[in-house]
Design a binder for this molecule. Structure first.
Ligand SMILES: NC(=O)c1ccc[n+]([C@@H]2O[C@H](COP(=O)([O-])OP(=O)(O)OC[C@H]3O[C@@H](n4cnc5c(N)ncnc54)[C@H](O)[C@@H]3O)[C@@H](O)[C@H]2O)c1
Ligand SMILES: [Zn+2]
Length: 380
């Protein structure tokens, strides 16, 4: 006879704190007001940022907080995806502990997606959670990574170690984009194009704006502000109904393009491609895989290549990662639910996606074809 010790069902009311998201030109200098409106003005702000962003915006943030009489400390990590590590997160946790940070303090993640993911992760684990403010400073972070509460580091694989942790406040200031390197600006469109692939109206709009968007200029700030707003609204709506990625037609669709993407990033040591570039290549692969499986129309594959290319994004991989490593990382993708198949978000046509478990042997053959120079499936 089985010995049962406890069989208890409890229902816990989870009151998700409200997330406020602001997209506003020069919002950075209004930071104290936004903090006050979220009732965060009394704690100490631990600003997690990277070396590049600290140089560009450290001064502004310091003087803004000084003037408002808000106490703060700036914690700096080296810039770049190779530093999105568990070790770096541990260093920040130690610094918080050394400064006696308490739950009435807060973490402000000021930077691109790397700082946002790592800073958010630190905020989620220190003291079992400090209030989190995201101030995304790259296009990619404004349209995507600062929204939705996925945090983490590249430990055990791309984003393998992390948590779901919602920020209390997200402040996107499009004026901060003007200091980006052109390549970093451009990679942001990888995620923008992903959103467009999920929404036919957005796709048509984006197709008509590629020339103006590629021209990275201060004259476009209004247009960028609207574009960011559109992406934030699209993502927030889905997050609200499926925060932890459980609905097969919900949040998981934002992983479109991300399966091969994560394989390329991990196999390339996180140093060859920027995330948005890898997403773009991954979208092209997913579409070609879909076509091979009879799911995706050939016209879609071509039209997507045209859109991505005209946004200045790569659609083929030219790096040095080994095929075997890429395949291994793809097979380990965290979306997978068994050892023999890989879960892909595949496009049927513009605005229509399906989630499919594709046998690993098929994936292997298709990746090899895709990566072969001048592969049989022609790429324009
Ligand atoms: N959590 C999520 O839901 C989510 C979604 C998408 C992407 N991500 C993650 O985001 C990361 C990629 O983010 P990213 O592309 O922003 O990379 P990043 O944070 O490395 O930023 C790219 C470079 O731009 C610099 N930079 C940042 N802001 C700047 C500014 N205003 N002016 C000048 N330089 C600036 C950074 O120092 C860095 O060198 C990846 O790790 C990816 O996994 C997470
Ligand atoms: Zn992404």
């Amino acid at each position: 006879v089985a010995e049962s010790y406890l069989d208890l069902t409890t229902s816990v009311e989870i009151t998700n704190p409200v997330v406020r998201t602001v997209v506003e030109k020069d919002a950075l200098v209004s930071l104290p007001r936004f903090l006050a409106e979220q009732n965060l003005q009394n704690g100490k702000a631990f600003i997690i940022t990277d070396s590049t962003v600290a140089k560009l915006y450290g001064e502004t943030v310091s003087s803004t907080l000084d003037r408002a009489g808000i106490d703060y400390e700036i914690l700096i990590m080296p810039a770049g995806e190779t530093n999105k590590t568990l070790e770096q997160a541990a260093r920040f946790v130690e610094q918080l502990a050394d400064s006696d940070a308490t739950s009435s303090d807060m973490v402000i993640a000021l930077g691109g997606g790397v700082v946002g993911d790592l800073g958010g992760f630190v905020a989620s684990i220190y003291n079992r959670g400090l209030p989190l403010v995201q101030i995304p400073t790259t296009l990619l972070a404004m349209v995507d990574s600062s929204i939705g509460g996925k945090t983490g580091v590249d430990h055990g694989g791309k984003n393998k170690t992390g948590s779901f942790y919602q920020p209390r406040l997200v402040i996107a200031d499009p004026a901060m984009l003007m200091t980006l390197e052109k390549r970093v600006y451009t990679e942001g469109f990888g995620e923008v194009a992903k959103y467009a692939a999920l929404d036919a109206d957005f796709w048509l709009e984006l197709e008509s704006q590629t020339t103006i968007l590629r021209n990275f200029s201060v004259d476009n700030l209004g247009l960028l502000g609207k574009l960011i707003t559109r992406c934030v609204q699209q993502k927030s709506k889905v997050i609200k109904s499926d925060p932890n990625e459980q609905d097969p037609a919900g949040r998981i669709l934002f992983n479109y393009g991300h399966t091969l993407c994560h394989g390329l990033e991990a196999a390339g040591g996180y140093s060859e491609l920027l995330h948005g570039e890898a997403v773009s290549i991954g979208m092209n692969f997913a579409a070609q895989l879909g076509e091979h499986l009879g799911i995706t129309k050939h016209s879609f594959v071509e039209r997507q290549t045209e859109l991505l290319t005209s946004l200045g994004l790569p659609v083929t991989y030219r790096g040095n990662a080994q095929l075997g490593d890429i395949e291994m990382h793809v097979a380990k993708d965290k979306k997978n639910i068994d050892a023999h198949t890989t879960r892909f978000v595949l496009p049927q046509t513009i605005g229509q996606m399906t989630v499919q478990q594709v046998p690993n042997r098929v994936v292997k053959v298709e990746i090899a074809k895709f990566l072969a120079p001048k592969a049989s499936s022609e790429i324009s």
